[in-house]
Design a protein around this ligand. Structure first.
Ligand code: 6PG
Length: 244
């Protein structure tokens, strides 16, 4: 099931995302006594994380939540570029989440392929086997070029159907990025995809209303096999949609 939810601005978007996060988390904890969530990186989710750690702090049994990351930059965990650092500053440390329940990419591993194999074949594989399921919630952002996680247009990882996690060479960045693959994303029970700001409007319109071209707009491949996807976008990002 796909829902497109348009909110006034980033603040309203972040509150709605936090409320949806809480709702999904509590449903999962009620069913499974645990909640497996992959956090998104970039800047858009930060306000949602800050709200979860403050206004919504008491709304979830945080000691039943297992945190993962949908993607990561090829940087140390204390780098300002690190998705882990952003989430740790905004959410994990303020909530005093124990390190044992935070599964970050071990970017200190020298070889990018070894680091990706570690995350896919050990971290994710063991977690999914132990839980008997994939992510209960996959949080994602959207780049102005239509990328999501670190699945960039025309990049090798778009066609990865076996591995759970890869090191993806991103030509336009001249760098490797770590990312889960579409099989992982589409095995999730719920996906929340956040997009805020006018610079995302062209990609949003192309993805939601344009022709299917996932090499050009990888986020078009976010189609949970048996799950819900919530496109949470603000008015500026929805500005070019015809159906609003
Ligand atoms: C990353 C993210 C990436 C991000 C988009 C949007 O590592 O940067 O995983 O997919 O969600 O690039 O980034 P902003 O939220 O900063 O616009």
């Amino acid at each position: 099931m796909r829902q497109v939810l348009i909110k006034k601005d980033l603040d309203e978007l972040s509150s709605s995302a936090a409320e949806l996060f809480v709702q999904i988390a509590n449903a999962s904890i009620a069913d499974n006594d645990s909640f497996l969530v992959a956090l998104a990186g970039g800047s858009t989710p930060r306000k949602c994380y800050e709200k979860l750690a403050s206004e919504y702090r008491k709304a979830v049994e945080w000691d039943k939540v297992w945190f993962f990351f949908g993607d990561e930059r090829n940087v140390p965990p204390d780098s300002e570029e690190s998705n882990y650092k952003m989430a740790n500053d905004a959410l994990l440390r303020p909530l005093e989440i124990s390190a044992g329940r935070v599964n970050r990419w071990i970017t200190e591993i020298k070889s990018v392929d070894d680091a990706a194999q570690h995350y896919g074949n050990i971290t994710l594989a063991i977690a999914f086997a132990a839980a008997g399921r994939g992510f209960d919630l996959m949080m994602l952002g959207l780049g102005a070029d239509g990328h999501t996680a670190s699945l960039f247009p025309h990049s090798p990882a778009l066609n990865e159907t076996k591995g759970l996690a890869v090191a993806n060479w991103v030509e336009e960045l001249g760098a490797f990025r770590f990312t889960v693959t579409f099989p992982v994303i589409n095995q999730a029970s719920n996906v929340i995809l956040l997009a805020s700001g006018e610079e995302k409007a062209k990609a949003i319109a192309a993805i939601l209303e344009g022709k299917f071209d996932p090499e050009e707009y990888p986020a078009q491949n976010v189609k949970p096999v048996d799950g819900n996807v919530y496109w949470l976008i603000d008015e500026p990002a929805a500005g070019l949609l015809s159906t609003r």
